[in-house]
Design a protein around this ligand. Structure first.
Ligand SMILES: Cc1ncc(COP(=O)(O)O)c(C=O)c1O
Length: 435
């Protein structure tokens, strides 16, 4: 922080201490706007199920045939089935593989599917969990990568993906929703292009799974990668990938699986082919509870008292409700911020499809300074910085400002949270213009 900034902050604090202001009547300890990093809180049933399941069945599944292990295994199998259906995947549930998180899944997909001489088409919107493994494969593995540009609002033209394909292209990798701008890509159109070109289509669903329907089968997606702890409402440390039947991914890790132990090599059978070592049972129990929470919310929203909707349909009804609610939060924030002098808003304008992730800057203040002010002075939790998506910041010209301030409301955001963030950004903008 520069000396001028520190002096400015001091004056600001003195003024705020001397002049009583209604934000001191704040009712909450924290106003959480960092759901793009991880959703918080979770539905209550996620916490209670994790606790109860781990107390009652917290044993190593698949390694023993006793009753407790069988119960644990049943729950895991059910979760594979539910997650497959959630992503509108109707193949073998054993192709739903558990990993640590999306980063892990993406690494498995890239290192397990690509080889020297292959070409990959991706976008300038990607997270480092895509960019870095590809950069390593480019530098050390003879893989060529094209980064397709996007428009000023964050949307990739599927025709630009088509134009980037060469006869060496093995894979198209696309982030469904940008974790900085919120823009949502047209996976259906890109999937069609991928099918026509005969390339593999891998998606990063981190910012959309749990908010927007993803139709793995219908959109021709070969590998869906997901993380459990964001809008899927699971805990941290669990993620996964769905690998379409017929596609073989070389394992990145090999080891114990509890099956075919005499075989010196990793079993060919899924999920064991890609799941070496003990799985994160409490995390899977959390995801299981979250899946049932989605289905029951969807049934409630659709008035399906008989339980006649399928898991996919019920979850899609829930997603419609969650999306509308979060869209309302973003619309309210956007409307307020547009009226505040000095607030620069990045990303989609108008009614284009977006998720509830909104990045801004305030005057010339470094993004991290705004993040600290929001936290220290208003108890508003946001993420400020480059958000692991450096190319987005290069394109927006925000690297010199230390990135942007990302505000991500979620399903549990309420009016009090929104009032607080709008007031806080307004006051910081006044401070910035006076500084
Ligand atoms: C778009 C996107 N992709 C990938 C990731 C990586 O997720 P995880 O850290 O859970 O592996 C994130 C997380 O911030 C993300 O936003």
């Amino acid at each position: 922080m520069r000396a001028g900034d520190i002096a400015g902050r001091l004056i600001y604090h003195v003024i705020n201490t001397l002049i009583p202001c209604h934000r001191f009547a704040a009712m909450k300890d924290h106003y959480y706007f960092d759901n793009a990093a991880t959703s918080w809180p979770k539905p209550e049933v996620v916490y209670t199920t994790m606790d109860q399941f781990y107390r009652n069945y917290g044993v190593n599944p698949g390694r023993a045939g006793h009753e407790l292990a069988v119960e644990a295994e049943k729950m895991i199998e059910e979760t594979r089935r539910l997650l497959g259906l959630f992503f509108d995947y109707h193949g073998d549930p054993h192709r739903v593989v558990f990993t640590q998180n999306a980063t892990d899944s993406l690494n498995i997909a890239f290192f397990g599917l690509l080889q020297s001489g292959d070409h990959v088409v991706t976008t300038r919107l990607e997270h480092n969990s895509v960019l870095r493994p590809l950069a390593h494969l480019k530098r050390d593995g003879g893989v060529d990568v094209t980064y397709v540009a996007r428009d000023a609002q964050g949307y990739v033209d599927p025709d630009d993906i088509r134009s980037a394909i060469t006869d060496k292209t093995r894979m198209i990798v696309v982030n469904h929703a940008s974790n900085v701008l919120g823009a949502v890509q047209d996976l259906e159109a890109i999937g069609q292009i991928s099918r026509q070109a005969g390339t593999l289509f891998v998606i990063d669903s981190c910012q959309s799974a749990g908010v927007l329907p993803i139709r793995m089968d219908a959109w021709g997606i070969d590998v869906v990668t997901f993380t459990g702890h964001k809008s899927l409402f699971g805990p941290m440390g669990i993620g996964g990938m769905i690998v379409r039947e017929g596609l073989d991914v070389r394992p990145l890790r090999v080891g114990g699986t509890g099956v075919d132990s005499i075989d010196p090599y990793q079993p060919e059978k899924y999920p064991y082919h890609l799941e070496a070592g003990t799985v994160a049972l409490p995390g899977i129990a959390g995801l299981n509870a979250a899946q049932k929470w989605f289905a029951s919310l969807g049934r409630e929203q659709a008035g399906d008292t008989e339980g006649s909707l399928s898991h996919t349909e019920a979850c899609h009804a829930a997603l419609g409700h969650i999306f509308e609610l979060e869209r309302g939060h973003i619309d309210r924030m956007l409307a307020a911020f547009r009226d505040i002098d000095g607030v620069k808003i990045y990303g989609p304008a108008g009614n284009r499809l977006r998720v509830a992730t909104l990045s801004i800057n305030v005057g010339e203040l470094p993004a991290d300074q705004v993040g600290v002010m929001l936290d220290a002075d208003y108890h508003v939790c946001v993420r400020a910085g480059l958000h692991c998506a450096p190319l987005v910041h290069e394109d927006e010209g925000t690297v010199a400002q230390n990135g942007a301030v990302r505000l991500s409301p979620g399903y549990f955001t309420d009016d009090e949270d929104l009032d607080q963030i709008i007031e806080a950004v307004g006051e910081i903008a006044s401070f910035a213009s006076a500084a």
